[in-house]
Design a protein around this ligand. Structure first.
Ligand code: CP
Length: 302
């Protein structure tokens, strides 16, 4: 993985995912390892973020790297009309690794093609979020003891939810059964369903959340991605399609866990937070260990 960019989750093999998860477990046991004292990590966020940016920056700091970058491209020369290509070419002469979030699908791939240093995609539009995917896999393995043969229910915005696209593709390597719960307007794109078909796995589509609760090992809730809708009225129609509350968990499997990439808006009631099923805040914490593992692997020190 040394010097490799991570743009789509399919850029890594199953063996590489498992290697990252093993390294992440080492960092969870021993987070403060100053392995990147001579490194500069650029954190370029052209789109809002709380968890991804701050956990990457925490990961880099815990590894001893220095962090440069921005959380608002409005304060950069992009505002004066500088192209993404020129921005990336400049930053790749300052930093050893670039972490980038951008609202445009394909922007991270384009950046990796013009950069002289590895680029990590921290989310590109509705396309991919591969580092979220790795921390989701880490959380699934941590809660289920395995990644194999699980019933995974994806709920909400399966059309625009980039975390869903990445995780479905990754879990095709682990014989998952996919249960896809969404409004008709927000079904999983056919390009992602094709990965399931190519892996010769099954998926079922539902419109009712209650139908999948008894069978699920993992319920992966998602926010309806308001910022991706071109028509605000379309968003208003679907915005509260699914709200998971504590009473709905009666009859779930005892080991079932609820994941959510966060932020949540209204999809999970706060009365779920204190149940044994809630795992979304620990999931976000896991992002630091997984991102430490990824930075260390790409830097070639793990
Ligand atoms: N999960 C996630 O990508 O969260 P942020 O948008 O806060 O980074």
């Amino acid at each position: 993985m040394k010097d490799k960019s991570l743009i789509s989750i399919t850029d890594f093999t199953k063996e590489q995912y498992l290697r990252i998860l093993d390294i992440a477990a080492e960092f969870e046991n021993n987070p403060n390892q100053k392995l990147l004292n001579d490194h500069v990590v650029a954190s370029l966020f052209f789109e809002p973020s709380t968890r991804t940016r701050l956990s990457f920056e925490t990961a880099a700091n815990r590894l001893g790297a220095r962090v440069i970058g921005f959380s608002d491209s409005g304060s950069t020369s992009v505002k004066k009309g500088e192209s993404l290509k020129d921005t990336i070419m400049m930053v790749s002469s300052y930093a050893d690794i670039i972490v980038m979030r951008h609202p445009r699908e394909g922007a991270a791939r384009w950046a990796s093609e013009v950069s002289s240093v590895p680029v990590i995609n921290a989310g590109d539009g509705a396309n991919q979020h591969p580092t979220q995917c790795l921390l989701d896999m880490y959380s699934i393995k941590q809660t289920q003891g395995t990644l194999d043969n699980l019933n995974i229910a994806f709920v909400g915005d399966l059309k625009y939810g980039r975390t869903v696209h990445s995780l479905v593709q990754a879990m095709c390597n682990f014989n998952a059964s996919f249960h896809l719960v969404s409004p008709d307007e927000l079904k999983l794109p056919s390009s992602v369903k094709m990965h399931i078909k190519n892996a010769k796995l099954e998926y079922q589509q539902y419109t009712e959340l209650q139908d999948i609760i008894p069978m699920a090992d993992i319920i992966y809730m998602t926010r309806i991605q308001k910022e991706r809708f071109s028509d605000p009225m379309e968003y208003e129609k679907v915005k509260n399609s699914y709200v998971l509350n504590r009473a709905m968990l009666d009859g779930c499997k005892p080991h079932m866990k609820i994941l959510h990439p966060l932020p949540r808006v209204n999809e999970i009631s706060e009365d779920v937070d204190s149940t044994a099923q809630a795992f979304y805040f620990k999931q976000a914490e896991n992002g630091v260990y997984v991102r430490q593992a990824l930075l260390a692997a790409i830097a070639g020190v793990k």
